[in-house]
Design a protein around this ligand. Structure first.
Ligand code: GTP
Ligand code: MG
Length: 461
């Protein structure tokens, strides 16, 4: 059932997380709440005043007592009338308050339980938030690191939307010029020169490139990076996982073929969530269990954002590793990790370093040497750049839209370069570019997509 099917009937939900807490909040939203408030409290409430009141059931028996706050629309979260009841934070009490709210009846209309994300959806539909900001509400709540929370807040405060809107407005301006010219074909030829259309377009491309770059950073912060530890048995994959996790997560033994099942560990590096997967060592084997493990290793390697390919620095089996490398997915970034450098003397290490340079690190998982260099390289290979500004938290959907918008700007640029300039095609590309940008803030977004976005929220948001 799509939440979009009901747009303005009165709704109620517990807004705080399930479980016990000092305070729990029940939230109500409706076009007009005054009669419900009258029925519940036997009086009116002045908007934005805190009332310490009993929450009584229909028989006049107190369910709880707490604070009632009334926000009169449009000056509320949803843009409708909103009532917040702050009671004690226990599941039974809050359920009774919700039940009581649902018994209230005004002209035979009752409150119903809110669908997931429905409060935020109303905020969007009533123009209180745009779509990117509404998504940021969910991302802020779900943020698992301080950087992710800071970035979600950047989106929520409208920083991302503002840049997208500014760019969209500049495109509109250019479109306006072009479309005005289309009505006067005799001026078409001079149009591009007269209005500096190409330099203007190039400035737009540059701006969009910047937004895309920062969004990619924000996307990494939101989604994290899937890092897979792969290599022959006994090279120290599980030891490296443990060193990164700072804990004995995986079993380490001198026996080749120790790890069978994959072991997944989440860590944060400079605020970036990393999902690190330790896998079974890759080799030919007749052991049934081990070969299932190795199949799983390859499945993980196929899904990785970054592969850490480990080799034993003391005795790297170059043929076998060449074979492993040749089976790795061609587009996934690979970092070659020479482990166990503690077993090499200085001269041997220097030699190894001279022969291996690009995307290669040298470390000892056991002695914890060289881990910082590895993590720095890992973050940069994953696409994270050290930068001053906080990236806003972007979603895949935003990146797709930005890239689509970019492609149309590039296409428009191509048309402008052609000898027989095709102004109507130029105009059409600008239109498509503009439309792609608008889908980010939700100006032209299908109901299906909206339903999908809001239904991924929890109830009460
Ligand atoms: N000297 C030295 N030994 C290491 C280092 N890292 C791992 N080892 C040793 O190498 C052996 C194998 O380590 P593991 O971490 O189990 O290796 P693995 O790659 O996970 O092996 P499989 O699970 O069998 O594929 C253990 O005896 C570790 O103590 C290192 O940096 N230096
Ligand atoms: Mg292992």
């Amino acid at each position: 059932m799509s939440v979009l099917q009901f747009q303005d009937d009165p709704i109620v939900a517990i807004a705080t997380a399930p479980g016990r807490g000092g305070i729990g909040v029940v939230r109500v939203s409706a076009k007009d709440l005054s009669s419900y408030i009258q029925e519940f409290f036997g009086r009116d409430l002045t908007p934005r005043h805190a009332y310490y009141v009993p929450f009584n059931n229909a028989e006049g028996e107190a369910i709880d007592e707490g604070i009632a706050l009334y926000f009169k629309g449009p000056n509320s979260y949803t843009g409708e009338d909103v009532l917040e009841l702050q009671g004690h934070g226990g599941p039974a009490v809050l359920k009774r308050i919700v039940k009581r709210c649902m018994e209230l009846s005004v002209n035979e209309q009752r409150l119903r339980p809110a669908e997931p994300g429905e409060f935020t959806q109303r905020a969007f539909l009533n123009g209180r938030l745009d779509l990117a900001q509404a998504e940021a509400v969910a991302d802020l709540i779900d943020a698992s690191s301080e950087s992710a929370a800071r970035s979600a807040m950047a989106s929520l405060s409208g920083e991302f939307s503002k840049l997208v809107n500014e760019l969209a407005n500049s495109i509109v301006y250019l479109r306006m010029l072009v479309e005005a010219t289309l009505d006067f074909p005799e001026e078409e030829i001079e149009f591009l020169e007269k209005y500096d259309a190409v330099p203007q377009l190039e400035a737009l491309q540059e701006k969009l490139r910047h937004i895309l770059l920062v969004s990619e950073q924000g996307m990494i912060l939101r989604e994290g990076v899937h890092v897979v530890l792969a290599g022959q048995p006994n090279v120290g994959k599980s030891s490296l996982l443990n060193a990164l996790a700072g804990d004995e997560v995986a079993i380490v033994t001198p026996i080749a073929g120790t790890t069978r099942d994959r072991v997944v560990q989440q860590i944060h590096l400079n605020g970036v969530p990393l999902h690190i997967v330790d896998t079974a060592g890759l080799r030919d084997t007749d052991d049934t269990v081990e070969s299932i493990g190795i199949e799983r290793s390859w499945a993980e390697i196929a899904k990785a954002d970054v592969i850490l390919h480990l080799l034993d620095a003391a005795e790297p089996d170059l043929d076998a590793n060449q074979d492993i490398l040749s089976k790795m997915p061609p587009k996934t970034p690979i970092i070659t990790v020479f482990n166990k450098i503690d077993l090499l003397d200085e001269k041997a290490l220097e030699e190894l370093k001279t022969n291996n340079t690009a995307n290669t690190v040298f470390l000892s998982a056991k002695q914890q040497i060289g881990l910082t260099q590895m993590t720095e390289l890992l973050l940069s290979v994953a696409g994270l750049q050290v930068q001053q500004e906080t990236p806003w938290l972007a979603r895949e959907r935003h990146l797709i839209a930005l890239k689509e918008s970019m492609e149309h700007l590039n296409q428009a640029h191509d048309f402008a370069q052609q000898d027989d300039r095709v102004l109507d095609l130029f105009a059409e590309e600008l239109r498509l570019s503009h439309e792609a940008l608008n889908s980010i803030t939700g100006e032209f977004t299908s109901d299906d997509l909206l339903g999908e976005i809001f239904s991924s929220f929890c109830i009460g948001k």
